[in-house]
Write a protein that binds this ligand. Structure first.
Ligand SMILES: NC(=O)c1ccc[n+]([C@@H]2O[C@H](COP(=O)([O-])OP(=O)(O)OC[C@H]3O[C@@H](n4cnc5c(N)ncnc54)[C@H](OP(=O)(O)O)[C@@H]3O)[C@@H](O)[C@H]2O)c1
Length: 352
């Protein structure tokens, strides 16, 4: 398809990665290589601290540049993996330069005209983009990957989720903090907390992002709102408790689901196993279930411990684990770009 709204087929894209040195950016460059993403020209940007560093991508040393308007000139796609306020500064600049922005931050996710996309679930929403697509919060992405194949077969009415989120979800500084605090505690020294309000080493924090007036945290409320938006289910009842745990990579989630009609664990296993990007690991007798350690570095979302919810006749309980830096961020962003290229959805300059 190629109309005046869209550019003629782009087979190799000029790409800018803003935040290339961060926790997500680092994995992003690896996934770009693994998937042999069709790159014509690659430019990498970060904060002034990183300018001059060279990052190895596609067997080449690519310099990290200062983030300036000139960097985005001629770009087809700008992948933005920085904080929300920095994204708000640069996303409009990239769009004005003609790039499609794929944004990892929370800055634009809930704006009505911005598609919030997990390609396996709602790639169709990409057709409505106006130059910017958001990816969801990492804890939301892996949950909707597990919910959607079930929801399609038997509408979900209510979800209760408790998360166990790794420190890489906060970024590279939090990963360093866990290492430093662990060393300090094991050496009998006091742990110094800079990133989190409390020590994370050997601890569990029921507090991710700031608190809202309703008592939930922002992270928990993202899971409510983003899940409804991605699944096109505005009435879906969702309640989340988000917890930070001393794990480097992969988020784990205990999810309780109430359906319109009863669903057996075996039917859920079959639906999940048939869904792209989901692997069922569910053999309790052999102590086989999804583990954060095993999911790290893998692309799929892993689901196990699938059982009848003893507290509800139409309920199931699930355990869902995924690498937050891959499917939760970098991989999902690249999959969006792949869909955009496949569907010829890069906007023409006049359509902006
Ligand atoms: N981590 C996850 O699992 C995850 C999942 C989904 C979405 N996200 C979102 O992805 C974004 C990035 O997260 P992250 O975990 O990768 O964070 P991070 O490790 O802290 O990395 C932040 C990146 O932003 C760059 N940066 C900082 N200040 C800048 C500036 N003034 N101008 C240009 N670049 C600047 C940093 O460059 P320097 O290295 O030079 O400081 C670094 O490349 C966030 O919005 C986060 O919410 C993260």
């Amino acid at each position: 398809m190629s109309t005046s709204r869209y550019r003629a087929s782009v087979r190799k894209a000029n790409i800018v990665v803003l935040g290339a040195t961060g926790a997500v950016g680092t994995v992003f460059l690896r996934v770009l290589e693994e998937r042999k993403f069709p790159v014509a020209r690659l430019r990498l940007c970060a904060s002034p601290r990183s300018v001059g560093r060279r990052l190895r991508v596609f067997s080449q040393e690519v310099p990290v540049e200062a983030t300036t308007p000139a960097v985005f000139e001629g770009a087809d796609i700008a992948f933005i993996s920085v904080s929300g306020d920095i994204s708000r500064q640069w996303a409009p600049v990239a769009m004005r330069a003609g790039a499609l922005v794929i944004d990892d931050s929370s800055a634009y996710r809930m704006e009505p005209q911005v598609p919030l996309v997990v390609p396996e679930v709602n790639a169709g929403d990409l057709a409505h983009h106006r130059g910017l697509v958001s990816i969801p919060n990492c804890s939301t992405t892996q949950m909707v990957m597990a919910l959607y194949p079930l929801h399609r077969a038997n509408p979900i009415q209510r979800v209760i989720v408790d998360t166990f989120q790794s420190v890489s979800g906060t970024g590279s500084r939090a990963q360093q903090e866990l290492t430093e605090q662990s060393r300090a505690v094991l050496a009998g020294d006091a742990a110094v907390s800079r990133v989190y309000p409390h020590q994370i080493a050997f601890n569990v924090l029921p507090h991710i992002e700031g608190f809202l007036e309703n008592g939930y945290t922002k992270e928990e409320w993202k899971m409510v709102e983003e899940t409804r938006k991605i699944m096109h289910a505005p009435e879906l009842a969702v309640s989340a408790t988000c917890v930070r745990v001393p794990v480097y990579v992969s988020h784990s989630e205990a999810v309780h689901v109430e359906f319109q009609d009863p669903m057996s664990p075996q039917e859920a296993r079959s639906l999940l196993a048939a869904f792209p990007g989901v692997t069922v690991v569910d053999d309790p007798s052999g102590s086989r279930y999804p583990l954060a350690w095993e999911a790290a570095g893998k692309d799929d979302v892993f689901v196990g411990r699938i059982r009848q919810d003893a507290s509800h006749p139409r309920g199931l309980a699930l355990w869902v684990v995924a690498d937050n830096l891959r499917k939760g961020a970098a991989l999902n962003a690249i999959q969006i770009a792949e869909e955009v290229l496949k569907r010829d959805l890069l906007l023409s300059r006049t359509a902006r």
